[in-house]
Every structure is written in structure tokens, then in C-alpha cells.
Design a protein around this ligand. Sequence first.
Ligand SMILES: Cc1cc2nc3c(=O)[nH]c(=O)nc-3n(C[C@H](O)[C@H](O)[C@H](O)COP(=O)(O)O)c2cc1C
Length: 324
Amino acid sequence: MAGATSPTTALEVTRGGGFGFVGAAFSTPEKLAEDLTFVRDSIPDLGNQPLPIGIGFIGWLLDAKEDVSKQFIDVVLENDVRAVWLAFGDDVYRWIEYVRSSPANARASHKPLIFVQVTSVEEALLAAKEWKADVIVAQGTEAGGHGGATTPSTFTLVSEILAALPGDGAPPVLAAGGMATGSQVAAYLTLGAAGAVLGTRFLLTTECPYTDAQKAALLAAKSGSTVRTMALDYARGTYGWPERLNGRGIRNKIVDEIEAGVPHEIVQEKYKKGTEANDADYMVVWCGQGVSLMKEIKPVKDVMAELHTDIVRQLQKTQGLLDD
Ligand SMILES: Cc1cc2nc3c(=O)[nH]c(=O)nc-3n(C[C@H](O)[C@H](O)[C@H](O)COP(=O)(O)O)c2cc1C
């Protein structure tokens, strides 16, 4: 989650039994190198194992600055990171190829796994069959942050992708979008997903770099408080997203005013002032539909423990359906 994760959040997710990613899209190669040194120094007994976190990039942003993007990926390769996550571009394969062919890859002691987040069956087939991605992340419409403007629910998309990619040799498919509880994760595991990706759940953690005001807006959110829209990007002046995408966040006056035709520059000014003043009407708070089930800010460690207990309990309960 670009702008909403830190090396500490990713590390704590991994320590808690998951696999943490840092969204690096708005970072710099220098800052990313510092972050990766911090992670390595935080795991003194790592030896020559790969760094047990992943780094995420956004395709169209990589396309926009080719030289810097290559530096970013080389930093990942030089630091022996376990996985790279790519999403949201018109030419994601170009960056997969760069990960695989960079001279820094030849020098790396471990080759990173390549996760590709997709928002349609067609993209999943491309990523699995043509690009040979190691892991497919199927992101449904409930997901927070950016995603497909016409993508179906996570349940439908995961089912469609599993049907289109049957059999041995297909990469694992992870479900992403709308999950707040372990019971929901268990539902996707019983559906056939190899795992689940949760983003929004980690916004309400003590380690998340969201501001207190953004976290308060998340705590106040109810069912129906979020919307898929371009308005939040227009307020921030981010215009480069491929057309088939938009973003899910809390609906507030930014969205109302853009929808009512208020010129972007006026809303941008209000967004700037609103963010400085912690005014919930004019902040941008990306989050998924699962936010309505989240009631507390907790350390990542506690979220991981709670999810784990809930997943196991729910799977055991499901197993009980088969008992006489
Ligand atoms: C604040 C925020 C930032 C995100 N940034 C990225 C990103 O940089 N790259 C990406 O591929 N997905 C990004 N996502 C989407 C996540 O990868 C994931 O699909 C989503 O969080 C899963 O749905 P959930 O938020 O309902 O758990 C972001 C999501 C959020 C909430």
C-alpha cells in the first residue's frame, strides 16, 4: 500500500506469520535502500536468507520514470528481497522482464518471486500464462485504494480466475479486497484461494503511517461509507492512472463537489487546506469496504494473532459441517 505502509508494518506482518509488503511507489531508490537496510538490521539471525518481505510497485508510475524505476528494482534485487509486487500498468510485463534480466538479478543470491495483482480474468490469464508470474493476486471491487472500475466482487473474480486457471502448474491465486476478519479469509480459502491479501485491515494499526485524523475517519466509517471514484485522485492532482482503473476511499465533500462539477483546482485547494487542518470533509482516506467491520486501532502483532485465531476457528467450524 503505497503511502500507507512502512518497513515496520511489513516486518511485523511477516513476524506475525503473514508476508508483509511495503508499497514503494511514492518512495525514492535511496529511501528504499535505507528501509531495506533497516529490515535486514532488524533480523540479526537472517544469515544469507532473502529478506522476508516484499516490495510493491505501480506499473504506470514505473513507466513514467524509466531510469529511476530501474534503480528502484535494482535496489530490491541488490537487497535480496523475497518478492516483488507489480500492478496497475499498461505494460507490466516490461517490468517483470526487467526484474528477470537486470544485471543485478544475475548477481542476486535469490531470485525474487513475482506477484502480479490483477483486476480481471483476462489479465490473470496473461499474467499466469504469458508472463509466468509466480503468484496472482485477484483484486475485487471491494478493495481499498486503486483497482478496476468495472471489476466484479472479490468472490466472483476469484471464482472466475480459479475456473480459468485449473490444474497443476497454475500459479497460486490470492484473494484481495474487502476482508476484515479471519472468517472472511477462511471463506476465500474454502473457495480455493491459496491465500488472502488484506490491506485496509492494516491501516487501523499503531504502526500504520496514516495520520490520526485519517485513522479517526476509518473508525467512523460505516457500511456504504466508501466509494470507487476518480475524485480523490483529481483532488490530489494525480492524473496518470490507466482509464480502466479508479480508487476506493471514504466518500466526503471532495467526491460530492467533483461529482457536482466543481473545478478540480478549487477542490485541490480545499484538499490541501483540509489535509493540513485534519478536516475529514477534505482529506483523502483510501480504504476498502471491509472498513465497516473494523472498530479498533491495534498493533500489527495483535491483528495478526486475531486473524490467525479467527481463521483456524472458522475452518474448524466448517470441518464440523462434515461430522455425523
Ligand atoms: C491505502 C492503500 C494503498 C494501496 N496502494 C496500493 C499500491 O500501491 N499498489 C497496489 O498494487 N495496490 C495497492 N492497494 C491495494 C492493495 O494491494 C489490495 O488490493 C487491497 O488493499 C486489498 O483490499 P482491502 O484494502 O479491502 O483489504 C492499496 C490499498 C490501500 C487501502
